[in-house]
Design a binder for this molecule. Structure first.
Ligand SMILES: C=C(O[C@@H]1C=C(C(=O)O)C=C[C@H]1O)C(=O)O
Ligand SMILES: [Mg+2]
Length: 453
């Protein structure tokens, strides 16, 4: 894409080079970036563990603070960058990784102030582990003439990072000790749930998801590599993600897919309705069966499936939507789950689906706009990237976004955790509070928070 800056005629160019390496721990590769790339890394692993991505350094960032046009803006800038690609033999597609704020119109000052409404990066060094093969790519994006020197320097650095990762592979990760825990705006939360329940009973809206937050303080800085490592150990059945932004990292172990696109096949899922796991298999089964038949939880779930079905009907053909939900059982909790799939229509795309789907009534509510306004006014906090799309897209337009729940923002010796639940007419504030306690567990266990509460 030719561009004019000042008097100088410059052209954006996107150079890539990929090598295959024998085997490398993704966690160790992330940690190898501690010295030089802290604050500029990402981590992703899908639920099935068939794809792992790590990015070190920013070859390029694409971000915006738009409220209305943020998805299309990222999409068009990514396409522009893809068009600037100087293709040699591209065996691994460059990846754009990032996320969106839950509600760009929320203006409450918070721990999220440095996160733009949309924030995406192309890594300088990109690790991809797929089908038991491990690739490391160098990305070099410039307006200047290609510099063989710079590329050679990047190769030397890549080899050093790989070496450091091999050395670090068996390193243990001890956690700092928790020294303080604060339930933020707890009264506000309980009041919001009661108020929203009343408004739903009065037919103002059908469903609204209300969330709350915890703040933890540790005796030392919590290292991002340690946090991701422990999340992986504690939550093997979930997506794992981490997105650094300076001194902060948003990370989590979420079970919820927003949307995946692969060769025009689009997949989403309704995930809403929750109960804890049982203490033994008999109790666990009984809880699961009760959940499958519980009108309150089936109601929460149905709003989500109906909305995703509607979006898919618009953007896809050949829809597959099961008639009733199944159970998704993860370590601390069981959910009602309905997978939904379709075939993308010609003019639709991953970002178009992300935009149309976010937030589903699993995180926002029904109707959407009313629910978002109620969330903004009654939670009185800023969700930041919690409950919002986080994921990746490649140069072919394939990619996947998860919903950033069961998540935390860590910043030096602090961690901010978030959890919420779908409020419907049958909700009670104490039961919803309990549900959020269960949903905090994955991150509390990962970070070493007090589990007795
Ligand atoms: C909002 C959260 O979870 C969502 C709400 C659920 C519910 O209310 O039953 C279940 C799964 C998620 O879609 C969260 O984990 O913070
Ligand atoms: Mg619920």
């Amino acid at each position: 894409m030719p561009k004019t800056t000042g008097q100088k005629q410059t052209t954006l160019r996107f150079y890539t080079e990929t090598i295959e390496v024998s085997r490398l721990s993704a966690h160790a590769f992330f940690e190898a970036g501690d010295e030089k790339y802290k604050g500029q890394r990402f981590f992703w692993q899908n639920k099935e563990k068939t794809l792992t991505l790590v990015g070190l350094g920013h070859a390029h960032t694409i971000s915006n603070n738009l409220a209305d046009n943020r998805y299309a803006d990222i999409n068009s800038k990514w396409k522009e960058l893809c068009n600037a690609s100087v293709k040699e033999q591209v065996d691994v597609s460059p990846i754009l990784f990032g996320g969106f704020a839950f509600d760009p119109k929320n203006t409450i000052t918070s721990e999220w102030d440095n996160f733009p409404s949309a924030f995406f990066v192309v890594a300088t060094f990109q690790l991809v582990i797929q089908q038991d093969r491990t690739f490391v790519s160098i990305h070099y994006i410039t307006n200047e003439e290609e510099s063989a020197d710079i590329f050679e320097r990047l190769r030397v650095e890549r080899d050093a990072l790989i070496h450091t990762a091999q050395v670090k592979e068996l390193q243990t990760h001890s956690k700092p000790a928790l020294v303080k825990r604060e339930d933020r705006l707890k009264e506000q939360y309980l009041h919001a749930v009661e108020d929203v329940t009343k408004r739903i009973r009065e037919d103002e809206v059908n469903k609204v998801v209300i969330a709350r937050s915890l703040k933890l303080m540790f005796d030392q800085d919590f290292s991002p590599a340690t946090a991701i490592y422990h999340a992986a150990m504690e939550q093997p059945e979930s997506y794992l993600f981490g997105l650094e932004n300076g001194d902060q990292m948003f990370f989590g172990a979420t079970p919820e897919r927003l949307v995946k696109v692969e060769n025009s096949k689009a997949q989403s899922a309704g995930l809403a309705g929750s109960v804890k796991r049982g203490k033994n298999s008999v109790e666990d089964k009984a809880l699961g069966e009760a959940l499958l038949a519980d009108p309150k939880n089936l109601g929460e779930h149905k709003y989500v499936v109906d909305m995703i079905r509607k979006v898919f009907a618009q953007y896809c053909k050949e829809l597959k939507v099961p008639a009733r939900p199944k159970l998704m059982k993860i370590r601390d909790i069981q959910h009602l789950y309905t997978p939904i799939e379709g075939h993308l229509k010609k003019d639709s795309s991953l970002f178009a689906l992300v935009q149309a789907l976010h937030p589903t009534p699993a995180l926002g509510g029904e109707p959407r706009q009313e629910a978002i306004s109620i969330i903004r006014e009654s939670e009185q906090m800023n969700r930041g990237y919690y409950a919002a799309p986080i994921g990746w897209i490649n140069t072919e337009g394939d990619g996947e976004f998860a919903v950033g729940i069961r998540s935390a923002l860590i910043e030096n010796e602090y961690a901010y955790l978030y959890a919420g639940g779908g409020i419907v007419a049958e909700s009670s504030s104490m039961e919803e509070f309990e549900e959020t306690r269960v949903k905090f567990r994955p991150m509390l266990r990962t970070l070493g928070g007090n589990m007795n509460d």
